[in-house]
Ligand binder design. Sequence first.
Ligand code: ZN
Length: 288
Amino acid sequence: MSVRRAALLTAACLLALPALAEQQAPLVVVLDPGHGGRWPHDGAHGGGRGLHEKVIALQVAQKTKERLEAQGATVILTRDADEDIPLADRVRIANEAGADVFLSIHCNSMEKREDRKVTRGVETYFLSPDPTDAEARMLAQLENGGPDAVPLPRANDAVTGILNDLALGQARNDSAALAQIVQRHMVKGTRAQSRGVRQAPFLVLSGTRMPSVLVEIGFISHPREGRMLSRDRYQRRVAQALAGGVRDFAEQVLSRRLVAQARPPASEKKEAPVVSGAGLVASPARTR
Ligand SMILES: [Zn+2]
């Protein structure tokens, strides 16, 4: 094929995108503000300054929702008040919404006085049975509600199990990519120290059927970072970074499948996710 012919074909494909995009459903994002309600589900506390993880997580989630909606996405919060929502319900909300992306928002905290002074930064987790290290394992245990937490029920029907595993396999790969993109945006947008992309067996990520990550947006136990996290302006920066990460993920990962699927057979075109100028839209080929 000549270069000119290839260029013409590419142009034709690009021109076809807006028409295709109009048929697509908007990108559905489920934001999950961590914790809520009373002890033992109220999350981390920021020492003597009255900072609560559950409060900051909700404020950041609400701001992120605004940002994403401005980009054209449909956004659902797993909680919009100081409520104790069981982890299994958060998963169910995301699955029933047919979400394209699931983002669980948390704040980190250190126990020991000497650690509280020095430990700060942002880390993004995706689900894995093998934690990155002992710290990741402990964090997952904490976020899961302690060592006595009840695991999510598994599908007992063999066929359902296989189908679930297939859907989850794709979602797992995408989760790693989503974690990388979100972490990059967080570090660039907030200039916080990067603690990297990590993996751990988080219950809230274990049953979701879409790309899912858990973002620890900072340490409320750190004197400066904790104070920043409680501020409206900084929360807006975090929200902008999270929304930017989701947008890039939709454009770079979800829409890439459109390019693969935009080729024949034509009947599958409707399954493809796409991002258009009109806003974030997606309808990926996965089980809703
Ligand atoms: Zn948490």
